[in-house]
Ligand binder design. Structure first.
Ligand code: ZN
Length: 301
């Protein structure tokens, strides 16, 4: 959302809050071309980042203030989204593991690197942050730098989101079922891995992946994260290793893999026996019988 028409109803106090208006119901707003009528705001001109597709019903709208302007978020209802893709293949499955070195590693040994621009923009963020603290409090120069900082924060967040969307799309193009570690990020607090998980935005990636899978009628299955890196994916025996040890070399069976690759196979194996996949196989076997499996299971295997 960009400029607004002059409207006395907009009070500056309101505009300084992050979320300016939330959950407007459709009966309270209307749209004519690129202008939208909102309660509290009146008629405002909007820039549509994406066109509103035909046949979609606007359910709610909310207005958010960000560093570079006001954003209007519309949530749409789409009756055409499939509940589950009838031909989804339970055997087209991969496991993914989050790591320190790579953003993710699949059970097939593919890796997705953390993009370079990530680190660059993070660095720039720190530079501006320092600049803010050097400026005198209350000064115009400080205020300007704070604004700049907000813009840089948004830039970082946008790039990250874009990367997450692309990565999720690529995975779902290749696989119908994706097993992930059910990471309790809080439980990981203060470890080196936790920092990596938080920096890379793993949990926001997982929610994007889950959402996309749901919309495509595909599955994301979270499994218990316990000892996925310590167990041998080939023989199942324990191979203890510290966080800095990058390889998995099993003394019992001779299996030798990259640490994260071994973990990703374990994650995949834990999901293979999942009840949702079993249920799908059964309902496939008995044609015309059985309920379709639920899409996203919150419970772990
Ligand atoms: Zn082994």
């Amino acid at each position: 959302m960009a400029e607004r028409d002059d409207n006395p109803q907009i009070k500056d106090g309101c505009l300084q809050r992050k979320v300016c208006g939330e959950g407007f119901l459709p009966q309270n707003f209307s749209r004519q071309g690129n202008r939208i009528n909102l309660p509290m705001f009146g008629r405002v001109k909007v820039i549509l980042h994406r066109p509103i597709p035909d046949g979609f019903k606007i359910k709610t709208a909310s207005v958010t203030k960000k560093a570079d302007g006001y954003y209007l978020t519309l949530s749409l209802e789409d009756a055409t989204v499939p509940t589950v893709k009838p031909e989804f293949n339970p055997d087209s499955i991969t496991g993914i593991d989050v790591g320190l070195k790579e953003f993710l590693t699949t059970s097939e040994g593919e890796t997705v690197a953390i993009p370079q621009h990530y680190r660059k923009s993070q660095k720039r963020l720190r530079v501006i942050q320092k600049r803010v603290s050097r400026r005198e409090k209350g000064s115009n120069r400080r205020l300007k730098t704070v604004k700049q900082l907000g813009k840089q924060h948004k830039k970082v967040a946008d790039k990250r989101k874009d990367f997450h969307f692309k990565t999720a799309n690529n995975l779902l193009k290749k696989y119908d079922v994706i097993a992930v570690e059910d990471l309790n990020v809080k439980g990981l607090a203060r470890t080196q891995l936790a920092k990596s998980v938080l920096d890379a935005g793993w949990s926001s990636f997982l929610s994007i992946l889950t959402n996309k899978a749901e919309n495509a009628g595909l599955l994301v299955i979270p499994v218990k994260a316990f000892a996925t890196s310590q167990d041998c994916s080939n023989c199942g025996l324990k191979v203890p290793k510290k966080l800095h040890e990058r390889g998995h070399d099993c003394l019992h069976c001779g299996c030798s893999l990259d640490r994260d690759h071994n973990a990703a196979i374990n994650i995949k194996n834990r999901a293979v026996g999942h009840s949702v996949l079993k249920a799908h196989r059964v309902s496939e076997a008995i044609a015309g019988f059985g309920e379709k499996p639920t899409l996203y299971c919150i419970q772990s295997v």
